[in-house]
Design a protein around this ligand. Structure first.
Ligand code: 13P
Length: 257
């Protein structure tokens, strides 16, 4: 059985000292588990200082975004190349980027390619909006997002990446409501069958698929029980060290059951 993955997306919260304090508290409360991989995605600003403080036996770092060109006159941007020595993962195509910054399917594809090219594992976020769900377009949206984002990758590269199913209607940022594990199961199955069709059975079985959207310490267990769910991507609840460490502990307990 593969390791469970828990990713904390701190979004645009916490300055350097706040982030350092949160990491300190998490390090105090988190035990080292071989069965669970815990990844922290702080803002770009604090990646460097946290990389010096982090206990690498307990945590890995992820970026929340990066620019797809490796270098050049792109004022204000940070490239995947620059992040190479700092992070293991990068979140790509998060709904906040698609919704607030109009990130297109093609831009997400370029970022996924750049991420892989620079030896960083992408955590590709996919998911339908409330409107798309209401119109019954969920499956089509997943199809379009996956086909485009992955189109430059080989089956082997897809196997090694992470896909997070994050229905936009379930994310706290967008006043989300809690998704029922039954509905999440259907979408996760849809994701794996898309991958199977595009990249074959092996890739569809090996790619790690996470769930994200209003996950907290009370409902994390329900999502973890979904067949084929490899972990969770946690937003708001990850800013609270008490809640987040209890999420990690629950994931650990379930993984050794
Ligand atoms: P919430 O857990 O705050 O709903 O955020 C989910 C998310 O967007 C994580 O990337």
């Amino acid at each position: 059985m593969s390791k469970k993955l828990v990713v904390a997306n701190w979004k645009m919260h916490l300055n350097t000292s706040q982030a350092s304090l949160l990491l300190h508290r998490l390090q105090e409360r988190t035990r080292i588990h071989r069965e669970v991989e815990i990844v922290l995605a702080p803002s770009m600003l604090v990646l460097q200082p946290l990389s010096l403080q982090i206990d690498r036996r307990k945590f890995r770092l992820a970026a929340q975004n990066a620019y797809y060109k490796d270098e050049g006159p792109y004022t204000g941007e940070v490239s995947f190349t620059m992040l190479q020595d700092l992070v293991h993962y990068c979140i790509v195509g998060h709904s906040a980027r698609r919704v607030y910054f109009n990130e297109t399917l093609e831009e997400v594809r370029e970022k996924i390619s750049a991420c892989v090219r620079n030896n960083i594992t992408p955590i590709l976020c996919v998911g339908e909006t409330k409107q798309e769900k209401r119109l019954g377009e969920g499956r089509q949206v997943l199809h379009d997002q996956l086909v485009t984002a992955l189109s430059n990758l080989t089956a082997r590269e897809v196997e090694e990446m992470v896909i997070a199913y994050e229905p936009v209607w379930a994310i706290t940022t967008f006043d989300g409501i809690m998704a029922k594990p039954y509905d999440v199961q259907k979408s996760m199955d849809a994701i794996r069958s898309e991958i199977k069709e595009l990249y074959g059975k092996k890739a569809s079985e090996r790619v790690r698929v996470l769930y994200g959207g209003s996950v907290d310490d009370k409902d994390v267990g329900g999502y973890l029980e979904i067949e084929g769910c490899d972990g969770v991507l946690v937003g708001a609840a990850s800013l609270n060290y008490f809640q987040f460490s209890s999420i990690c502990e629950t994931v650990y307990q379930l993984s050794i059951k």
